[in-house]
Design a protein around this ligand. Structure first.
Ligand code: C5P
Length: 220
């Protein structure tokens, strides 16, 4: 039996991969997996339960037990709506801290692969192409300069009425890039066979179109 096709989109923090991946999924009528949300959910749950971010064993057990559901744009954790709560910078940083543990990563493999259902899946994260879906039809590494990413994040926060400082955001995302790239387990990297998409100078529409064109050329 052939498995439904996967488009894997990996990249650093605030590269715009979530926006691009969800629009590509919408255009193709595919399912969408925001794998970062899963790490954020573990981060939030571990914060609520006051689990030390260094305690790999306990975090792994917690990650296995979580009841997670994605419904109509809402994210539920043990049936509580945490859609907004997982998006804070604090939870993002905590997510990158707990994501270094192989125990946590292993616990989330099955959940992620479970999203691969017909007619297809667009999955975004750090290790979609290298670890979770190594047989993806198309592998994209979507990136932009740290300055361009910090500025995008800044504009998003200001638009939401959340106050932010550009220099703090830049520092936070450089910290997260360094941690995501240097960890031993599933580091952020350009996977074998991945096509790099530099989006500093591209609009969202241009980035989406490029991914769709690349996909068409893979399947035709
Ligand atoms: O993509 P997002 O910023 O929401 O992810 C939060 C954190 O979760 C990242 O900084 C990264 O450390 C971790 N993550 C990961 N592997 C993934 C997705 C996210 O390690 N596939």
């Amino acid at each position: 039996m052939t498995l439904p096709p996967v488009i894997a989109i990996d990249g650093p923090t605030a590269s715009g991969k979530g926006t691009v991946a969800s629009l590509v999924a919408e255009k193709l009528g595919f399912h969408y997996l925001d794998s970062g949300a899963l790490y954020r959910l573990v981060a939030l749950a571990s914060q609520k339960q006051a689990i030390d971010p260094k305690n790999a064993l306990e975090l792994g057990v917690l990650a296995k037990k979580l009841v997670i559901s994605f419904k109509n744009g809402q994210i539920l954790l043990n049936s509580e709506d945490v859609t907004e709560a997982i998006r804070t910078e604090v939870i993002g940083l905590r997510a990158s801290t707990i994501a270094v543990h192989p125990e946590v990563r292993r616990a989330l493999v099955g959940v992620q692969q479970g999203f691969r259902t017909a007619p297809g899946l667009v999955a975004d994260g750090r290790d979609m192409a290298s670890v979770i879906f190594p047989d993806a039809v198309l592998k994209v590494f979507l990136t932009a300069t740290a300055e361009a990413r910090a500025e995008r994040r800044y504009k998003q926060l200001i638009a939401k009425g959340i106050s932010a400082k550009l220099s703090d955001l830049l520092q936070d995302l450089q910290e997260r890039d360094a941690r995501d790239s240097s960890r031993g387990a599933a580091p952020l990297l350009v996977a074998d066979g991945a096509q790099v998409l530099e989006t500093s100078e591209l609009s969202v529409d241009q980035a989406v179109k490029t991914v769709l064109d690349w996909y068409q050329s893979k399947i035709s």
